[in-house]
Ligand binder design. Structure first.
Ligand SMILES: [Zn+2]
Ligand SMILES: [Zn+2]
Length: 333
């Protein structure tokens, strides 16, 4: 009998699905690509044909300009690509993010892309799909990574904001996904004040709004005086935190929303006063709970700390291996 999943090849530049003649999240331009989500390490520009959710295609157009061969596939829709049945189901990571479900000759393979299990007001929840092979990310694949409840982190942010109305709180958050999620999480916690934003996230905010995500009242920092921004939250990409740009803000308390804020040294490197542990990736418990739930025969592990998760799988009688894909950054969290 052929090895399980022998029709799927792992190459440094991505996962190649031979009977579909298609690549998943390739790091180089390909004739046919299936894209899990819009983060730039997964969604490169320049492919001839792209299969992705409408939201992901819109994100790619926003970043790379018009994509000629874009073919939208909605969550739950199934299509045949070559000799493979393909469907996209929610991954709960960012707007439009999907797991790719592949079925060929009676074998079912799920490629998770990046995912998380906790609720996110900007995208539908991860849908567990039992399978033979689960290809999982492991960005936070160490038992030390256990993300706290999102609501309590947001409350710490609001507490800090209200403690000194002469200052603003500047939150570093990745431009795609995290920034819009923080805004929505604040709204869910009852914060209805205007939220200021750095120009670099404006287009993605608008894209989220165009897909019906309500971000409440947003204001560009560009036209605002220091006095106006006092007592308010400002959202900016992480690169702007220690940038000259931040001098226009009223004595900012520097915060950063990322799973990496669990590591004090990373917070210190960025001069972050208020580290908020808010991640768009599964933590250790979410990774292991998901594998338990899906009951795959094999787990293939990609970008991250593969070793510990591989060991965990083996102690739970699940065959596991690491895929050596290059080009994935852990910077999207
Ligand atoms: Zn991502
Ligand atoms: Zn990723």
């Amino acid at each position: 009998m052929a090895r399980l999943g022998s029709w799927i090849e792992s190459h440094p530049e991505g996962i190649y699905v031979r009977p579909a003649d298609a690549w998943i999240d390739p790091s180089q331009a390909k004739a046919r690509a299936m894209i899990t989500h819009g983060h730039s390490d997964h969604a490169r520009g320049g492919h001839e044909a792209v299969l992705a959710t409408p939201e992901t295609l819109a994100i790619m157009e926003c970043r790379y300009g018009p994509q000629g061969g874009g073919q939208p596939i909605a969550y739950g829709e199934s299509i045949r690509v070559g000799d493979v049945d393909v469907s996209f189901v929610p991954a709960g990571h960012v707007l439009g993010s999907a797991q790719i479900v592949l079925e060929h000759k009676g074998e079912k393979v799920v490629v998770s892309g990046d995912y998380k299990r906790r609720p996110d007001p900007t995208c539908p929840c991860f849908v567990p799909v039992p399978c033979d092979i689960f290809i999982t990310e492991a960005t936070f694949g160490l038992p030390v990574f256990r993300h706290p409840a999102t609501g309590s982190e947001i409350d710490r942010l609001l507490h800090r904001l209200h403690a000194d109305p002469t200052r603003c709180v500047l939150v570093g958050a990745y431009a795609l996904g995290k920034a819009q999620r923080i805004i929505c999480e604040l709204r869910e916690r009852g914060h209805d004040q205007p939220i200021y934003f750095h120009g670099a996230i404006e287009r993605l905010n608008q894209l989220y709004q165009s897909f019906g995500i309500d971000l409440g009242e947003l204001r560009h920092t560009g036209g605002a005086s220091k006095a106006e921004m006092a007592g308010h939250i400002v959202i900016a990409p992480p690169g702007a935190l220690n940038d000259r740009w931040s001098r226009r803000l009223p004595d900012p308390v520097t915060a950063m929303a990322s799973g990496w804020m669990r590591i004090r040294q990373r917070a210190r490197q960025r001069n972050v006063e208020l580290p908020l542990i808010i991640s768009d990736h599964a933590d250790w418990d979410e990774l292991t709970t998901t594998i338990r739930e899906l009951e795959p025969t094999e787990v293939w592990i990609t970008h991250g700390r593969e070793e510990a998760l591989k060991h965990w799988c083996m102690t739970h009688q699940i065959k596991a291996c690491e895929l050596n894909l290059v080009g994935y950054e852990d910077e999207d969290d």
